[in-house]
Design a protein around this ligand. Sequence first.
Ligand code: RB5
Length: 150
Amino acid sequence: MKIAIGCDHAGLQLKEAIKIELERLGHEASDVGTNTCDSVDYPDYGQMAAQMVSSGKANRGILICGTGIGMSIVANKYSGIRAALCNDVQTAVLSRQHNDSNILVLGARVTAQELALKMLHVWLDTPYEGGRHQRRLQKIKNIEDSVKDG
Ligand code: RB5
């Protein structure tokens, strides 16, 4: 899969580890930055990755900031984005099975790297279950459309 990946300064180290793992697994990581430890604003990087997924330029995305909260707020502004801030393996699995999450959001200051990599694996491998969940995703889409139309 082509996976857009972005972070702020707080997420840089974890982003680099995740990129290595994505490439080892045969995925294409499209890195939108940041690429230094200088303090930056997470919306600038969150929007670039979310746009790529929203427009279909990437299949999925991964966003990392200190808590993951800021990045998930940004990403979920975009049409068709279901960004899931996950804190353990179970939420990563359920975000795929029930919510068909297309962006995994991680908090580098609250999640150890080893756990983050486990979450990455299950998030990449777990399919969406569809069924009753599709009705709920359609309701989210209806809300998105009604908000857009005013
Ligand atoms: C940066 O200090 C921090 O606010 C940011 O990484 C993130 O946690 C915001 O939600």
